[in-house]
Write a protein that binds this ligand. Structure first.
Ligand code: MSP
Length: 647
């Protein structure tokens, strides 16, 4: 058994409705780091689940006319199915209605009561009689009930309280002595200065005004309230004060509690204090990530702008969504969700960079060597840069993963992808392919590309498990060559394997230019008006209306790389930069231009042509050329940066 363990948790989610892309981010992040640690040989344990008790659930269930348990059972089934869809590989799904969890909570409550940390008193708050709910001052909306908007009145009920302040000094000391306990750093200062130093209030830990909760077994009528039911799920799942304490021994303290910024306070103040009172070690780290926001602000069920991950997976595939959320959320900060950005990640990073590296490498290996790279090979100095980067990347990626900086980790992997694409342009395998005396050199080039792809495959396997599996299959890599140890040195791709070419990994998605839609519509409307007075018959033969012309989108594009098509002598494969976007265009101009002559030229792209497949490679648009007789010249422009419009 491995000695290195890694225990990670997500928050347990409220089953009050469907989960959205924000919850998906946290769970995908936890899944990714767990898979990565497993790859590195850790014995991992990944816990997620649902937080099912409380007044709100009791109320929603009553409104739906079902018992609370039946209500949450239905929603939990949906949540589990979402995690299956997202390829989440958790070890345990805890529910706060699990009898084992309830038993642990009752024992914790009793233990804390017996040792004097919990005492009975009165809870004072604002009560809404129709809703039968207590609210705090800050929850009220313009002085009224936040649920029904009716007036509330001051009331009090008997309740148990936890003596938070008793542990405040110990907590402060722990935070100061353990600089990684609260991450990112900015959140730590906020906790200390805004909450701990001003003084901690005792925490209300039971209620009598509702019944949907864990009963306090020594005082009927009281149920355990919110955080003291929810937070200990992280140890009840490991069998604390229960029947399977071996998990507790093995995995506690947790390595990371991954939580959103809104609940970091509960995890860095209440939770460590509960643990201190139980005389248990504190988790090694609480990591507070930012939120996924929409352009207009927060997602909310009542506004109806909640982004449903299942819809996106249906449309774009699970790994595209996993990649997008991990890449988009930079370390600890908020990220903005926008479907165009998701599509541009797919087209640019996945289809263009990674997809093309794979398809070019496999197509050329197939064409020149029937799919098996010869063992007789010849290295050149130009190889050292790629090899050095490939050998350095696993360590750099691992450092970023340890910091839970998924965005930077992926960025580093993509540097290797881009470097490999550049290596194709530098070594020009299509030129080597024409000289029989360069076969050994060509074999080395193809080996280096295949080997880089193997390393990339292992590195992306945590974030994009399905994609890694598919690439591994196309490279025909045995499992032993897809391990962490195997990518520490360049050269582990075994001799004699035959690659297996398949369909494109990530077909390009047509960008729906939503932002441009209103402008386009206005232009079309104007053009329509101008031509309204003329019937089609009145227009001279062969003429088109401005409406027809407005349909063609012409853009300035820069040729950033170019190479011959591996399977067709007539064709060149051009990589274009069009503003922020990258495009691949296959063009029948090999007779007129050498690939190197085109790099750096600024050409005109017909940007809204339906993509076509030309001899196995996708062509996305067409570049304009002037021809006469046997002459051909590409139409180029000066002084207008790529992305510019042609009209
Ligand atoms: N049940 C409590 C957690 C108890 S943990 C012992 C809870 N549940 S929740 O369902 O409301 O939220 C769960 C998590 O989802 C929180 O970490 C929260 O920050 C996160 N998110 C909710 N909306 C989010 C985004 N828009 N973006 C990212 N995460 C967000 O709180």
């Amino acid at each position: 058994m491995s000695e290195k363990t890694f225990y990670i948790t997500t928050p347990i989610y409220y089953p009050s409705g469907n989960l959205h892309i924000g919850h998906t981010y946290t769970t995908v992040a936890a899944d990714t780091i767990t898979r990565f640690k497993k790859l590195q040989g850790y014995d991992t344990y990944f816990l997620t689940g649902t937080d099912e008790h409380g007044q709100k659930i009791e109320k929603v269930a009553a409104e739906a006319g079902v018992a609370p348990q039946a209500y949450v059972d239905g929603i939990v089934t949906g949540i589990k199915s979402l995690w299956d869809t997202m390829n989440i590989n958790y070890d345990q799904f805890i529910r706060t209605t699990d009898p084992e969890h309830e038993k642990t909570i009752q024992r914790i409550f009793k233990k804390l009561y017996d040792q004097g940390d919990i005492y009975k008193s009165n809870y004072e708050g604002w009560y809404c009689t129709p809703c039968e709910s207590f609210w705090t001052e800050s929850q009220l909306v313009e002085g009224n009930c936040p649920d029904c908007g009716r007036p509330v009145e001051k009331a009090s009920e008997e309740a148990y309280f936890f003596k938070m302040s008793k542990y405040a000094d110990d907590l402060l000391k722990h935070i100061e002595e353990h600089p990684h306990f609260i991450q990112p750093e900015s959140r730590k200062n906020e906790m200390i200065n805004n909450f701990i130093k001003p003084g901690l209030q005792d925490l209300c830990v039971s209620r009598t005004s509702f019944t949907w909760g864990v009963p306090v077994d020594f005082d009927p009528g009281h149920v355990v309230y919110v955080w003291i039911d929810a937070l200990p799920n992280y140890i009840s799942a490991l069998g604390y004060l229960n029947d399977k304490p071996d998990l507790m021994e093995k995995y506690w303290p947790a390595d990371v509690h991954l939580v959103g910024k809104d609940i970091i306070r509960f995890h860095t103040i209440y939770w460590p204090i509960i643990l201190m009172a139980l005389k248990l070690p504190l988790p090694k780290q609480v990591y507070g990530h930012g939120w996924i926001l929409l352009k207009g602000g927060k997602m909310s069920k009542s506004v109806g702008n909640v982004v449903d991950p299942v819809v996106l997976v249906d449309k774009y595939g699970v790994d595209a969504l996993r990649y997008h959320v991990l890449r988009e959320m930079s370390y600890g900060s908020d990220g903005v969700y926008n479907e165009d950005l998701l599509v541009s990640h797919i087209n640019s990073d996945l289809a263009n960079d990674l997809g093309n590296l794979l398809s070019r490498t496999l197509a050329m290996t197939d064409k020149y060597f029937g799919g098996v790279i010869p063992t007789e090979r010849e290295t050149e100095d130009i190889d050292t840069d790629l090899i050095a980067l490939a050998e350095k990347t696993p360590g750099v990626v691992s450092d970023y993963m340890d910091k839970l900086d998924f965005s930077r980790a992926l960025e580093e992997i993509w540097k290797l992808v881009s470097r490999s694409n550049k290596y194709i342009d530098e070594t020009q395998p299509w030129v080597l392919g024409k000289s029989p005396e360069k076969q050994a050199r060509l074999a080395q080039v193809m080996y280096n590309l295949t080997e880089s792809l193997r390393i990339v495959t292992v590195l992306i396997s945590a974030a994009m498990p399905e994609t890694a599996r598919k690439i591994g299959e196309q490279l025909n890599c045995p499992a032993a060559c897809l391990t962490w140890d195997s990518i520490q040195h360049f050269g582990g791709y075994p001799e004699g394997l035959k690659i297996e070419r398949c369909d494109a990994l990530f077909p390009r998605i047509e960008l729906e230019k939503k932002a441009e839609q209103p402008v386009k519509e206005a232009k079309a409307e104007k053009a329509k008006k101008e031509n309204e007075s003329k019937t089609p018959e009145e227009l001279p033969e062969g003429l088109i209306t401005i409406d027809d012309f407005a349909k063609v989108q012409l853009r300035v594009a820069e040729v950033v790389a170019c190479e011959p098509h591996p399977d067709a002598d007539r064709l060149l494969v051009l990589q274009l930069q069009v503003g922020q976007e990258k495009r691949q265009v296959v063009s029948g101009i090999a007779k007129y231009y050498a690939p190197a002559d085109l790099v750096g030229k600024t050409v005109i792209l017909v940007a809204n042509l339906k993509p076509v497949n030309l001899r196995g490679l996708e062509s996305n648009g067409m570049i304009l050329a002037a021809t006469k007789g046997k002459k051909l010249s590409l139409v180029t422009v000066d002084g207008i940066p790529s992305g510019g419009k042609v009209s």
